[in-house]
Write a protein that binds this ligand. Structure first.
Ligand code: SF4
Ligand code: SF4
Length: 421
C-alpha cells in the first residue's frame, strides 16, 4: 500500500485503498459517549443532567439557545457527564448514555429541507457537514462537491457508501438543493465507482487514486480548475465539500423522518487488514475493536482517522465521533517514532509538499511557537494538511502536528481579537 522512495531520489507514491470491504452492522452498544463542545463563552451543559431520559435522535444541547449540540444515538439514561479535553485543547462535556434495549424515536426532527433544519439537526450527522458556511452572508456557495473518495490511505467508508447507497445519495442531493439553493452538484470518485456515481444524478468527476488527490484543495485544482488563494478556504471560492456518507444520511432522514445515528468506519489492524463496520455514533472504540478482533496492547498506537492525517489518542474508552472515518491500530514496533532532533535542511519536505511550502523554515517558527510569523512569512495557512512532510522527514519531526497546533492556536487568537473589537 505505502511505497517509500529509495533515499528520496523519487517521490513516494502513496495509493488509496480502492477495494471497499462490505459493511458489517454492529449491535447497539450498552452505552455511548458523545462529546458536546463547550460554548465559546464557557459554561457547561446546564440544560442536561445525570438521570435524564433521552430518546434516539434527540437533540441534546448545552442550553436552549446554544448552537452546539449532539444527537443521541440510543434511547436510555444519561449516566455521567464529565469534562473532556481534545487533542489540541478543545473543551467538551463527555455525555455517557446507558442504552436501553429498544429504540424510542424522538419526533422533533422537522422533515422540511431548509437551511435551518440543516443547522439544527445535521451538524452532528455522520461526516459532520457544517452548514454554517451557507449561513455566512460573505459566502456565495453555488457549487457542492460530494466527496465519494476517502481523504486518507486505507480508509474506504465513503467509497462503501457510494458503492452501496447510491439511491440514498440521490435523495440526499434533492434535499441538499432545496436546503442550500446550490445549482451545481458534483460527485468526486475513483475510476472504479463511476458506474454507481452516475446513478446519483450528480455530475461525476474522477479523482486519481494517488495521495493526496482526494483532499478538497487538490480537487479544486485538478477537477474544478481553480487554485484556492493563500489564506482562503474552499468556501471563499464558492464551493462546499460534503462527504458521500453525509449526503446519504440526509436522503435517508428526509425519506424516513428519522435522523441517521450510525457511522461507517474502516478499522485497520496491526497487519494492515481492514474491516468496514457501521456502529451507533458514540460506541466506545474498544467495543468496535473487539468486534473486529483487533487487540490493543501497551504502547501500541491507536489513531482516530487515517495513517496520514489521523490523530493518535490515549484512550479506547472514547466514543466513535460522527467524523471518525477510520480507526487504525499500529504495533509499537511498527509505529514511526517522533523525535526532538533538529531539522538538518535535507529538503525532503519541500520536495514532497504539494503546495511548495518552505517547510524547513516553517517548522522552526512553529517549534518556537511563533505562529503569527509562521503564517505571515512561511505560508502556514496555505498548508492543505496532507501530512506528507512528516512522512518523509528524516529527523522525524512531528511537522504535521505542529502545523495543526499552530493553526488552532491562531484561530483562538483571531476569535479573541474579534470578541474584543
Ligand atoms: S502537511 Fe506538509 S506537505 Fe502537506 S501541505 Fe502541509 S506543509 Fe505541505
Ligand atoms: S524538516 Fe525534516 S524533511 Fe524538512 S528539511 Fe528539515 S529534516 Fe529535512
Amino acid at each position: 500500500m505505502i511505497k517509500k522512495s529509495f533515499i528520496g531520489l523519487v517521490k513516494p507514491r502513496l495509493q488509496y485503498n480502492l477495494i471497499p470491504d462490505q459493511i458489517r452492522d454492529l449491535p447497539v452498544p450498552s452505552k455511548v459517549i458523545l462529546l458536546l463542545k463547550e460554548p465559546e463563552n464557557g459554561g457547561r451543559a446546564s440544560a442536561l443532567k445525570v438521570g435524564d431520559a433521552v430518546k434516539t435522535g434527540q437533540r441534546l444541547s448545552a442550553a436552549p439557545d446554544s448552537d452546539e449540540y449532539v444527537i443521541s444515538s440510543v434511547t436510555g439514561t444519561i449516566s455521567a457527564m464529565a469534562p473532556h479535553v481534545g487533542t489540541l485543547g478543545q473543551r467538551y462535556t463527555a455525555i455517557t448514555i446507558d442504552a436501553g434495549s429498544q429504540d424510542e424515536w424522538d419526533d422533533s426532527f422537522n422533515k422540511t429541507p431548509t437551511l435551518d433544519t440543516g443547522l439544527k439537526f445535521f451538524e452532528y450527522a455522520p461526516g459532520s457537514p457544517s452548514f454554517k458556511a451557507f449561513a455566512d452572508p460573505e459566502n456565495t456557495l453555488r457549487t457542492i462537491v460530494i466527496a465519494g473518495m476517502d481523504q486518507d490511505l486505507l480508509l474506504t467508508a465513503n467509497q462503501c457508501v457510494v458503492q452501496n447507497e447510491a439511491a440514498g445519495i440521490k435523495s440526499g442531493i434533492d434535499a441538499l438543493k432545496q436546503m442550500t439553493g446550490a445549482d451545481r452538484i458534483l460527485i468526486a470518485v475513483p475510476e472504479n465507482l463511476v458506474q454507481q456515481a452516475n446513478t446519483t444524478g450528480a455530475e461525476v468527476k474522477v479523482v486519481r487514486a494517488t495521495y493526496p488527490n482526494s483532499l478538497p484543495h487538490m480537487i479544486m485544482k485538478d477537477v474544478i480548475g481553480r487554485v484556492v488563494s493563500a489564506g482562503d478556504t474552499v468556501e471563499d471560492e464558492g464551493v462546499f465539500f460534503i462527504n458521500a456518507e453525509a449526503v446519504a444520511a440526509l436522503g435517508t432522514a428526509f425519506e424516513t423522518g428519522r435522523l441517521c445515528v450510525t457511522k461507517v468506519v474502516t478499522v485497520a489492524g496491526k497487519d494492515g487488514s481492514t474491516t468496514n463496520v457501521r456502529a451507533r455514533i458514540g460506541t466506545p472504540i474498544k467495543d468496535v475493536l473487539q468486534a473486529c478482533n483487533v487487540s490493543l496492547n501497551d504502547r501500541d498506537r491507536l489513531i482516530l482517522g487515517g495513517p496520514m492525517r489521523g490523530a493518535a489518542t490515549y484512550s479506547e474508552d472514547l466514543g466513535l465521533e460522527p467524523d471518525t472515518d477510520g480507526i487504525v491500530v499500529q504495533d509499537d514496533a511498527d509505529s514511526a517514532q517522533t523525535t526532538d532532533y533538529p531539522c538538518i535542511n535535507c529538503g525532503e519536505c519541500i520536495r514532497i509538499c504539494p503546495v511548495k511550502i518552505p517547510v524547513n523554515m516553517l517548522v522552526r517558527f512553529l517549534e518556537a511557537r511563533l505562529y503569527e510569523d509562521a503564517a505571515a512569512m512561511y505560508d502556514l495557512h496555505c498548508c492543505i494538511e496532507c501530512g506528507l512532510c512528516s512522512y518523509v522527514c528524516v529527523s522525524r519531526i512531528p511537522i504535521f502536528q505542529y502545523i495543526k497546533l499552530g493553526k488552532y492556536e491562531l484561530s483562538l487568537i483571531e476569535t479573541a481579537e474579534a470578541a474584543n473589537e
